[in-house]
Design a protein around this ligand. Structure first.
Ligand SMILES: CC(C)(COP(=O)(O)OP(=O)(O)OC[C@H]1O[C@@H](n2cnc3c(N)ncnc32)[C@H](O)[C@@H]1OP(=O)(O)O)[C@@H](O)C(=O)NCCC(=O)NCCS
Length: 322
């Protein structure tokens, strides 16, 4: 096989790279038909890639073998301090005819990323492509996060005794404000060690009081013997700032938040809340439900797959310099 030649990603590469992205997405949809068919179309893939290329600080690499394009990678920094001195390769930001080429592409692109001080690297990889995932593993990346999907319809399941789920009412606001703390508190612990801000009950009470009637969101609470022990929030996926481009299925509902108080976990409340969101999504006419989780969160990473969510994109992460 002839040598791969790698050079910087340029505007003139957008059409060929978009066509390669559309082919990647076609393969992805064979494994996961709930993903949007839109990006199988080369024009849609080129448009998505053009937006990424024109974003602030975007840069990347393209690879050729015997004159033919065999892969590209395109990344850009996010401004939020949450991610450190970062570069993100989003869901549209890579494709290769042969996974090994991705290692040449990253080696080339990361040279300038790191030279410019971008040492925290995040990359969204299609979950169906085990060879591509392993190529990234052989670049020192590990899995940080999972994006997942399931159909909106589901068979009915049996009820857990003394547990019920209902729509939240204003009188639930004090419990909802407490429950909002549970996710960041849990994810601050080992083995997630997320640096996310924990906030205060007072801030959460104020937010809930102001936003409770926002009909873009639906909130359910789980009660055990009449006491609120958990909550879950659903909305249209468009309300989420994550799940972009090929990772944004059409007409999808979103399970955006769920938490159960620690003493009540493991007894079926999380399942009942997740099912309430899935049923709401089906009743609202959504075709699928999307969610995501930190794979180091031992609770959510075990709960959502049990509810039928399967991974669509893996977010891999590498920190340079330590
Ligand atoms: C995630 C969370 C909402 C799940 O609620 P829960 O009441 O503990 O979950 P359930 O008892 O209903 O369990 C749901 C499913 O996951 C499985 N599960 C839960 N914990 C598990 C564990 N530690 N090991 C293996 N399976 C587990 C259960 O067996 C169940 O599947 P099944 O019904 O097929 O048996 C809850 O643990 C929580 O609040 N965690 C902290 C905050 C958080 O991570 N929120 C999610 C944000 S993405």
């Amino acid at each position: 096989m002839s040598r791969v030649e790698v050079r910087p990603f340029e505007a003139a590469d957008l059409a060929a790279c978009g066509t390669l992205l559309a082919e990647r997405h076609r393969q992805h949809r064979i494994a996961e038909p709930l993903l949007s068919p839109r990006f199988e179309d080369a024009d849609a893939a080129i448009a998505e890639l053009t937006t990424a290329f024109e974003g602030a600080g975007a840069s990347g690499a393209v690879a050729f073998r015997a004159g033919d394009l065999v892969g590209f990678v395109l990344g850009a920094p996010k401004s939020s301090p949450l991610w450190g001195p970062n570069i993100w390769v989003e869901a549209a930001g890579q494709a290769a005819t042969d996974a090994e080429v991705m290692r040449d592409l990253y080696a080339f692109a990361a040279t300038s990323w790191v030279a410019e001080g971008h040492t925290a690297h995040y990359v969204m990889v299609p979950a169906h492509d085990a060879e591509l995932v392993h190529a990234w593993f052989r670049l020192g990346f590990g899995q940080q996060h999972a994006h997942a999907i399931r159909p909106a319809s589901r068979p009915a399941t049996s009820m857990v005794p003394r547990l019920s789920v209902r729509r939240a009412i204003r009188a639930d606001i004090p419990a909802l404000a407490q429950l909002d703390l549970e996710l960041p508190m849990h994810q601050g612990l080992s083995p997630t060690f997320s640096p996310g801000k924990i906030g205060t009950v007072e801030e959460n009470l104020a937010d809930w009081t102001e936003d409770f009637d926002d009909d873009g969101y639906v909130t359910f609470v789980a009660e055990h013997d009449g006491e609120v022990i958990g909550s879950a929030i659903g909305c249209a996926l468009e309300k989420s700032s994550a799940h972009l481009g090929p990772a944004r299925p059409d007409n999808a509902g979103f399970l955006g938040f769920a938490a159960v108080f620690p003493q009540a976990r493991g007894a079926g409340a999380g399942r009942a809340l997740g099912e309430a969101i899935i049923d709401w999504a089906a009743a609202s006419g959504f075709d699928s439900v999307v969610t995501d989780w930190r794979v180091t969160n031992l609770l959510s990473s075990r709960t959502w797959p049990k509810l039928g969510f399967t991974e669509t994109f893996l977010r891999l992460h590498r920190m340079i310099g330590y």
